[in-house]
Design a protein around this ligand. Structure first.
Ligand code: SAH
Length: 347
């Protein structure tokens, strides 16, 4: 199996069958070897640097009804909120003082945040923090809306493809949402010039090793600048309330495979990972991740952005303590770089 890891490191690519063999035969020993190679590869381009992204959860209103997501339209039990422009700018102020030079505006697909409203928010943030990057994660929009966001100053866009397999996609989403549409949005974003991030949940219902291999193949072909992956976590007010959560093991394994496949990629150690294990964030760094996204959302709103159960909320405040965040990163052998942290390019 180690030969397959060496081959992936060297050639950046494996066949679907090879990925399946590797994933299905993973052991602790093999994982350790993979993580070590992932750390070596991340250091070639990024050294010991870890980038911070301040996450701002704008709104939990959503017109979509994804079966896995706690803020889906059909969940009538949650209290909805949306942040005002002033609140968003305050979050940026706090983040800027903490040394963050990227803000990620994420939310449900809330019609209130129309193209005009978003353009105004993006321009206001850029005016105040011209040295910062803005990342958006607001779901599927038209080409022209993405273009307007880009022209207003947004730099990056995160849109997880969720699963590359169309049938699997249809098992996770209502009919009007399709894998093809999602992928079309991703290629629009890239064409416009955004640094684009995609990704998927690990251990989502009906996922198989084969669909995971298809995710890797799709990502290789798409060549994103960023990849967000984290374990699926069930939410009690969704159709997948009783589904099993994704595992830490497999998530770390996938992170490391992604690092070998795309050495330049910006790879966050996600909130979901630390939600299944408090040590998750550090473990992610040791498996090749190089980005942390502390949550800047005001705490009352943050508790309502409940996309899955047991999302770390209160405990996550620790990350807003500069020292504890620094300790976490340093203990893993890395250091925080207070810069925008754009994707490096392979020479
Ligand atoms: N509305 C935006 C942002 C969605 S939230 C969009 O459509 O892109 C960001 C990500 O959280 C989603 O892409 C999904 O992969 C993840 N997510 C949603 N529900 C989840 C759950 N129950 N467990 C783990 N991750 C989840």
């Amino acid at each position: 199996m180690k030969e397959l890891i060496d081959k992936l490191e060297k050639e950046k690519k494996l066949s679907k069958e090879e990925f399946i063999t590797l994933i299905d035969n993973r052991t602790e020993d093999l994982s350790e070897y993979l993580f070590e190679r992932a750390r070596v590869v991340r250091e070639i381009l990024y050294g010991k640097d870890v980038y911070l992204r301040g996450l701002i959860e704008l709104s939990n209103y959503c017109k979509n009804d994804c079966y896995y997501c706690g803020i889906r339209k059909s969940n009538l039990k949650i209290e909805r909120y949306r942040l005002t422009k002033e609140q968003i700018l305050e979050c940026c102020d706090i983040g800027y003082t903490l040394g963050y030079r990227t803000f990620v505006l994420q939310g449900g697909e809330d019609r209130y945040f129309s193209q005009g409203v978003m353009v105004d928010i993006i321009q206001s943030i850029k005016q105040k923090y011209s040295d910062c990057a803005i990342t958006l994660s607001l779901g599927e929009k038209s080409y022209n809306t993405y273009l307007a966001y880009y022209e207003a100053g947004a730099d990056r866009y995160l849109l997880r493809h969720e699963t590359a397999n169309s049938y699997h996609y249809s098992q996770l989403h209502p009919e009007r949402l399709t894998a093809e549409k999602r992928k079309k949005c991703l290629s629009d974003l890239k064409k416009i010039g955004f640094q684009v991030g995609t990704g998927f949940m690990v251990g989502s219902p009906f996922q198989t090793t084969e669909t995971l291999a298809e995710d890797l193949a799709y990502i290789y072909e798409f060549q994103p600048h960023m990849i967000g992956i984290g374990p699926f976590m069930s939410h009690h007010q969704t159709p997948f309330a009783d589904a099993k959560n994704g595992s830490m093991d497999l998530t770390l394994f996938m992170l490391a495979l992604l690092r070998l496949m795309l050495p330049h990629v910006l790879l966050p150690t996600t909130t979901a990972l630390s939600s299944i294990d408090p040590a998750g964030r550090a473990k992610g760094l040791l498996a090749g991740a190089n980005v942390i996204m502390p949550n800047l959302t005001p705490s009352d709103a943050r508790n309502k952005y409940s996309i899955y159960d047991n999302k770390i909320t209160i405990s996550d405040d620790a990350l807003l303590n500069k020292q504890s965040l620094e300790d976490l990163v340093n203990e893993a052998g890395y250091r925080i770089a207070s810069v925008r942290g754009d994707a490096r390019v392979m020479k």
